[in-house]
Design a protein around this ligand. Structure first.
Ligand code: SAM
Length: 258
């Protein structure tokens, strides 16, 4: 399957804007809880980006490994306070020794890995017996997720996401087939934001480079999505109504143990 790929080098400098220091993140809490529960000493994040989650896990262990395909994102991750061991490589061919890690995870990244099952297979190889794989992200295949207004107003974004993202049911099936036990899915975060009328343009995630969903669009398609939103606001004003733009996204963690 060929799906569009985003070069994260081009958005690496601005990427951390999505993590305001004031915010608590359910996915971070889930990772901390899991790492403590299994007493993880050696942790690997694949698609580690700017190292935000690895830095959080420094509370649990100093042995923190990150792997990413973007040199720009790795350069940002080097600026984290925690000393991270970073590698520039692909998640489907992990350049580490077998049975080396207690916890391997990815956050908002598996949809970039191309061959999702190859990543799960590699993760199994790299985990110590009893180690855990946690795949965190959203599942556009699940009913209800389409309440993200971005899917409605920007052409083809939803369709592209259903091609890029594996279904949660497939993730669990592949984990099971590769040998993982006690597999489960749980909701770790519920993102719920609402913007009335023109306030939607203050949503940080409507910026061209804030998410791969929009950054993959041509400038023309992106602008016409903004225009669609502007038109919807004008139409509701004509009938003296306000329009609400909603982002309702369920973030899940698919978990399995070796
Ligand atoms: C949405 S970002 C998430 C970054 C980080 N996990 C976070 O939650 O902040 C996706 C990351 O996956 C990386 N990536 C894309 N394709 C990859 C691949 N084939 N192997 C490893 N990393 C990849 C990108 O460079 C980017 O840093």
């Amino acid at each position: 399957m060929i799906t569009p790929q985003l070069n994260y080098d081009s958005i690496a400098n601005d990427y951390n804007q999505r993590y305001p220091t004031s915010q608590q993140w359910g996915r971070g809490e889930a990772l901390l809880k899991l790492a403590r529960q299994i007493n993880a000493k050696k942790i690997l994040e694949t698609g580690s980006g700017t190292g935000y989650w690895l830095n959080l896990l420094h509370q649990v262990t100093p042995q923190l490994y990150g792997l990413d395909f973007s040199a720009g994102m790795i350069a940002q991750a080097r600026r984290q306070p925690a000393p991270l061991k970073l590698t520039h490589a692909k998640a489907t061919q992990l350049p580490y020794q077998s049975a080396a890690f207690d916890l391997i995870y990815c956050v908002d990244a598996i949809h970039h890995f191309g061959d999702h099952r190859a990543f799960i297979r590699e993760a199994y190889r790299l985990l110590k017996p009893g180690g855990a794989l946690a795949i965190i992200g959203h599942d556009p295949h699940e009913a209800g997720i389409s309440s993200w207004y971005i899917y409605r107003y920007f052409d083809n974004v939803y369709k592209t996401d259903t091609l890029r993202y594996p279904a949660g049911t497939s993730v669990l099936k592949w984990m099971h087939k590769e040998g993982f036990q006690d597999t489960s899915a749980q909701t770790v975060e519920y993102i719920r934001n609402e913007y009335a009328d023109e306030n939607v343009f203050t949503d940080p995630f409507i910026k061209y480079n804030a998410t791969s969903q929009l950054a993959l669009l041509s400038e023309k398609t992106y602008q016409s999505g903004l225009q669609n939103i502007g038109n919807a606001i004008s139409r509701s004003k004509e009938i003296n109504k306000s329009i609400t733009f909603r982002s309702e996204i369920i973030v899940k963690m698919w978990l399995g143990f070796k």
